[in-house]
Design a protein around this ligand. Structure first.
Ligand code: NAG
Ligand code: NAG
Ligand code: NAG
Ligand code: NAG
Ligand code: NAG
Length: 422
């Protein structure tokens, strides 16, 4: 009975998809769909709304996200997406600036989220020999059932002017020689435990990560902030934000006139950033790695699909009998290209065909399906077994949620890898 109901549902879905002609219906396909004359426009409208709602539900979203034109997709997220979902393209390497801990975390996570800090809540302080900046990242959009296993804070820093040319000694009399000979500075990342006591001015904080960096390089630095973020998201701690502290040992004694130079060490604030156009891509980024307990990691998507594709190529196909057919779901047909950054669509495939008596071995049937087909051959009141997916694989989606946060997530059972009679 259950099998029959499932069979009917699958047939209905296949019918819906096929009548959509160009793939998955709404928006563009909507007109064609209602012209097919099988349903009134009102009926198909409400059906499509229901259909979309169910799909969004499946994605864990309450409504269709409608990101603004200003929504920024960080290049790092695009790189992670390429790395994880490249279709058989092994040349895609991990992003150069990706931390080792982040790489390990990504291999276990099925959801990777990125956050920009709340600029209205930043606080900048320039003390003698160091610059500190407070950041707050609003993480409330992370669902409760998502376990955060790792988090990295990524900060872009610019090379210090003059640090690249140790031999250029036109200014060597006024500045200490370590700056000229390619010095270094230290970046400390702290978790804040509350607002600073008014008198002392020093916020309560614990050190999360630290690094000594060369002045002469422009690059992203990745800091491990997992302990703080996993406490915040599991409800064991309150999110008061981070402090990023940049220490310039050599400049401690030299005062005045170097504030501008110092500020170029780390582009931590829009106000300090010189090229405003590049700010959206150069601003700090918090990346969380988590798992909601459903299915494989983002990294395994690619491996599983490749294995399944190889298997598929080996299998030889029969004509009218149950088999896999091409079905490309184009997200722009559904109007979803506004919030799904990548891929533009994907090969979902579907199962269709006869499950004739007697069931052949390659139809991957169950004993039950064989019995049902047997009964059907003598009693046509009992339907034949159904042609259904027997093996499904996940895909990775890079998308913007309703708060314009960029998320890379692995979705289970999105692609038919094999069909069978059940
Ligand atoms: C965080 O974001 C949520 C959802 O947008 C909002 O309701 C909340 O007020 C924000 N919290 C802070 C501290 O900005
Ligand atoms: C030395 O510095 C000057 C200006 O600061 C620059 O024009 C010149 O190209 C530099 N020379 C080398 C060899 O880097
Ligand atoms: C740079 O410093 C070295 C050693 O302190 C000195 O010999 C040299 O003359 C200086 N060069 C200039 C251009 O001031
Ligand atoms: C300049 O560099 C030399 C060797 O690299 C070092 O011994 C000396 O202490 C440095 N001077 C200053 C003022 O930092
Ligand atoms: C038949 O389906 C099962 C369950 O999806 C799968 O484990 C098995 O590999 C399939 N066999 C063939 C020959 O495709």
């Amino acid at each position: 009975m259950v099998a029959v109901v499932r069979c009917l549902m699958v047939l209905l879905l296949a019918q819906v998809l096929l009548e959509g002609a160009t793939g998955l219906i709404p928006e563009v396909g909507r007109r064609k769909y209602s012209e097919s004359g099988k349903q009134t426009p009102e009926q198909s409208e409400s059906f499509l709304n229901e259909f979309e709602l169910r799909l969004l539900n499946m994605f864990g979203l309450r409504r269709r996200p409608t990101p603004s034109k200003q929504a920024v997709v960080p290049q790092y997220m695009v790189d992670l997406y390429r790395m994880h979902s490249a279709n058989g393209d092994h040349s895609t390497k991990r992003p150069k600036s990706m931390g080792k801990h982040a790489e390990r975390a990504a291999s276990k996570a099925n959801t990777i989220r990125s956050f920009h800090h709340e600029e209205s809540m930043e606080a900048l302080a320039s003390l003698k020999g160091k610059t500190t900046q407070q950041f707050y990242f609003n993480l409330t959009s992370i669902p409760e059932d998502e376990l955060i296993t790792s988090a990295e804070l990524r900060i872009y820093r610019d090379q210090v002017m003059g640090a690249t040319s140790p031999n250029n000694n036109s200014r060597n009399s006024s500045i200490s020689n370590s700056t000229i000979a390619g010095g270094s500075h230290r970046i400390n990342i702290y978790e804040m435990f509350g607002v600073p006591a008014a008198q002392s001015g020093e916020p309560l904080a614990r050190l999360l990560d630290t690094r000594l960096v060369q002045d002469s390089l422009s690059r992203w630095e990745s800091f491990d902030v997992s302990p703080a973020v996993s406490q915040w998201t599991s409800g064991k701690g309150h999110n008061h934000g981070f402090v990023v502290e940049v220490v310039h040992p050599e400049e401690g004694e030299i005062d005045g006139g170097h504030a501008k130079r110092r500020s170029r060490h780390v582009r931590v604030s829009r106000s300090l950033h010189q090229d405003q156009d590049s700010w959206p891509q150069a601003r700090p980024l918090l990346v969380t790695y988590g798992h909601d307990g459903r299915g494989d990691s983002v990294l395994h998507t690619r491996e599983k699909r490749q294995a399944a594709l190889r298997k598929q190529r080996r299998k030889h196909q029969h004509k009218a009998s149950c088999k896999r057919h091409a079905l490309y779901v184009d997200f722009s047909d559904v109007g979803w290209n506004e919030w799904i950054v990548a891929p533009p669509g994907y090969h979902a495939f579907y199962c269709h065909g006869e499950c004739p008596f007697p069931l052949a071995d390659h139809l991957n049937s169950t004993n039950h399906a064989i019995v049902q087909t047997l009964v059907n051959s003598v009693n046509s009141n009992i339907p034949r077994a159904c042609c259904v997916p027997t093996d499904l694989s996940p895909i990775s989606l890079l998308y913007l949620d309703e708060y314009e946060k960029v998320i890379l997530k692995n979705y289970q059972d999105m692609v038919v890898e094999g069909c069978g009679c059940r």
